[in-house]
Design a binder for this molecule. Structure first.
Ligand SMILES: [Zn+2]
Length: 299
C-alpha cells in the first residue's frame, strides 16, 4: 500500500458533526472527477476513499450509489440520475453548468473548513513518504478553486494555532503542472501540522520520528566527514614532517637543530599518527607552540 493510501485510510471514517459531513462531501465532489449540473462523481485508486464518499452521499443526501471497480483497478462512484445531480448541485449553492469557485457559505464554521480540506485531500491529494521527501499536494480543476483552497488553508492554520496555543504557520503555495493548478507544501513542519489538523495522528508521529532519524543520520554523516577530513589533514602534515626529518638526517643538518626540537621531531618521526594535540600534551606545550616548532623543520 502506498504511503498516501495509508494516510487516507487513517483520515476516513472519523466521527464528525452533520455540518462537517456536508463540508467534507462538498469538497470530495468539487475536487472529484466531475461536479456539474448533469454529472457528479469521483474516480479514485483508494478503495477507502470511494467507500467514504458513498457513505457520506447516503448520510447527507440519502442517496445510495454503488462503487464500481474499473478495469484499471480504480474505484468509481457516479451519480447517474440527472435530477438528483441537479438537486445536490443546487444544494451546494451552484446554478451555472460547471462549478469554478468555492462556495464559502458552505464552510462557515471553523470545523467545516478543516473537513473541507480533508475532503479535498481525499479525492485529489497526495503525500510523499517522508523517508523519501517532504511533499503534500492537492490538485484542482481551475485556478480560482486552487486560490480559494489556499485561503481555506490559511484560515485552518490560524484555527489550529489558536486551539493548540502554538504558532506554526502552514507554508502552502500554488503551482501549475501541465495546465493543472495545485496547492503544495514542502516544509516538514507544515506537513506535520497539516496531518495533525486532518486527524492523521499516526502519520504525524511517523513523520516526526522520520525527521529525528534523518537529523541523527545527517549529524553522523557530518561528524564522519569531519573526522575523515581531520585524519586526512593529520596524515598530510605527518608526511610533510617525516620527509623533512629524513632530509635533515640525510644531509646532516638534523644535529644543528636545538635539542628540544630534535626530541620533538624524533617523536613525531617515530609516531607519525600523533597529532599536534598529542605532542603538545607530551611536551607540556600549547598546540600552536608545537605547530610553530614543527614548521621550523620545513625550512
Ligand atoms: Zn462543521
Amino acid at each position: 500500500m502506498s504511503y498516501a493510501s495509508e494516510v487516507k485510510k487513517e483520515i476516513v471514517g472519523q466521527e464528525s458533526e452533520g455540518c462537517c459531513k456536508f463540508a467534507q462531501l462538498y469538497a470530495m465532489m468539487l475536487f472529484g472527477h466531475c461536479f456539474s449540473l448533469k454529472e457528479i462523481g469521483i474516480l479514485t485508486k483508494h478503495k477507502a476513499v470511494a467507500e467514504e464518499y458513498s457513505r457520506l452521499l447516503f448520510e447527507v443526501f440519502g442517496v445510495s450509489v454503488p462503487i464500481i471497480t474499473t478495469k484499471g483497478g480504480r474505484y468509481s462512484v457516479y451519480l447517474e440520475n440527472k435530477r438528483t445531480c441537479t438537486g445536490i448541485y443546487n444544494c451546494c449553492g451552484y446554478s451555472r453548468p460547471i462549478a469554478t469557485t468555492i462556495n464559502f457559505e458552505n464552510l462557515e464554521n471553523d470545523c467545516c473548513k478543516i473537513a473541507f480540506i480533508k475532503g479535498a485531500f481525499l479525492t485529489s491529494g497526495t503525500i510523499t513518504n517522508p523517508e523519501k521527501s517532504y511533499h503534500f499536494e492537492i490538485s484542482s480543476v481551475c485556478d480560482s478553486i486552487a486560490k480559494g483552497l489556499l485561503s481555506v488553508f490559511r484560515e485552518c492554520s490560524d484555527i489550529y494555532n489558536k486551539e493548540n496555543f502554538i504558532d506554526h504557520e502552514i507554508y502552502a503555495k500554488l503551482g501549475n503542472r501541465k495546465g493543472i493548478p495545485f496547492l503544495y507544501i514542502k516544509d516538514s513542519q507544515s506537513i506535520e501540522t497539516m496531518l495533525a489538523l486532518l486527524g492523521a495522528d499516526i502519520a504525524a508521529i511517523q513523520l516526526i520520528r522520520t525527521k529525528i532519524g534523518k537529523d541523527i543520520k545527517n549529524n553522523v554523516i557530518r561528524k564522519t566527514n569531519l573526522d575523515i577530513a581531520n585524519i586526512g589533514r593529520t596524515a598530510d602534515a605527518s608526511g610533510k614532517y617525516t620527509e623533512a626529518i629524513k632530509r635533515k638526517l640525510a644531509d646532516g643538518s638534523f644535529k644543528n637543530l636545538s635539542p628540544s626540537l630534535q626530541e620533538l621531531a624524533m617523536l613525531k618521526y617515530e609516531n607519525p599518527e600523533m597529532t599536534l594535540n598529542d605532542l603538545a600534551k607530551k611536551f607540556n606545550l600549547t598546540r600552536s607552540a608545537v605547530n610553530y616548532r614543527l614548521n621550523k623543520l620545513l625550512k
